[in-house]
Write a new protein. Structure first.
Length: 311
């Protein structure tokens, strides 16, 4: 048995050994460069100045495989909102639909990202909503949220961003397709009822029609009173769980807003107008909720808007 002085000395030696630094420090501490980030091959990032809004926006660009090999060919363009999430998702889905993309016509993908310097939440709440009467919420940045600048953002797309894309890439300007989900779906309906010819096809996923006491339903009535035509191809889709089921304790159901009922009301209103040029399809996708449904909406939307060409 160790005597007390010897025991203390042994403990001091053990403690000193534990406190010694590693013989080989981690690579970052040794001056070795950190590994490079993952980059999606064949993509570009552009920054566009929104002059009227006094903000910069990033767009993500993915060109089709045959873009360089067919220098005279022009391609349809798909614009998708919430690009930080949606751009890599849409790009990946498009490359696999119909046996490695054989089921789709090739297209240029443009991801509409957020304003530089803003959090995604702040940017999308401001840019995708039609009125300033937004929900009471907090932004991760600590700034009070801003709502109601959808019209300014639409003008930016129409007057600056889309002309830039058309001038920079070989686009078929007669086929510009829009895709958006949630607030992005709400913004798509704002564009549809403001400048329907801006896009040839609208893929509208789970639109937030509840926003500002269903103001978009009133916008639809106002449009119908002033117009006898709405020429557009529109696909609206929503998840089966985006309703209220008081008899179920499944957390995937909505608790406050029956978004399926809202969408059906909006659909019925559009169909009741008898617009000759409106081609409207609506789907309720089973087994999905608000946060899981977008990949399915995108897949169906791509097959609907960009079926493979049969030359």
């Amino acid at each position: 048995m160790l005597r007390l002085p010897a025991l203390i000395a042994a403990l001091l030696i053990a403690t000193a050994a534990i406190a010694q630094p590693d013989a080989e420090p981690p690579a970052s501490a040794a001056g070795v460069a950190a590994p490079p980030p993952f980059v999606l091959k064949g993509t570009e990032v552009r920054t566009i100045r929104a002059k009227a809004l006094q903000r910069d926006y990033e767009i993500f660009v993915s060109l089709p495989d045959s873009y360089q090999a067919q220098p005279r060919r022009r391609f349809p363009v798909l614009f998708v909102t919430d690009a930080d999430y949606a751009f890599p998702l849409v790009r990946s889905i498009a490359r696999r639909v119909g046996n490695r993309a054989q089921g789709l016509e090739e297209f240029i993908l443009i991801g509409l990202s957020y304003a530089v310097g803003d959090t995604p939440e702040f940017s999308r709440r401001r840019d995708y909503t039609p009125t300033p009467n937004g929900e009471k919420t907090k932004d991760p940045s600590g700034r009070p949220p801003v709502f109601g600048e959808a019209e300014g953002y639409r003008r930016f797309l129409a007057e600056e961003l889309m002309p830039f894309v058309a001038a920079t890439y070989r686009t078929d300007t007669t086929r510009s397709i829009y895709a958006g989900h949630s607030y992005g779906g709400l913004f798509g309906l704002h564009v549809l009822l403001t400048e329907p010819k801006l896009f040839s096809h609208y893929i509208i996923g789970s639109p937030s029609l509840w926003f500002d006491q269903k103001v978009m339903l009133q916008r639809e009535r106002d449009y119908a009173q002033a117009n006898k035509e709405l020429k557009a191809n529109v696909l609206m889709a929503i998840a089966s769980y985006e309703t209220i089921d008081k008899a179920s304790d499944d957390p995937r159901y909505n608790r406050k807003t029956d978004m399926i009922a809202d969408l059906r009301e909006f659909e019925q209103a559009l169909r009741s107008r008898g617009y000759p040029g409106l081609k409207l399809s609506t789907e309720i996708i089973p087994g999905e909720d608000h946060l899981t449904v977008f990949p399915t909406i995108v897949t169906r939307g791509l097959l609907w808007a960009l079926p493979a060409r049969r030359d």
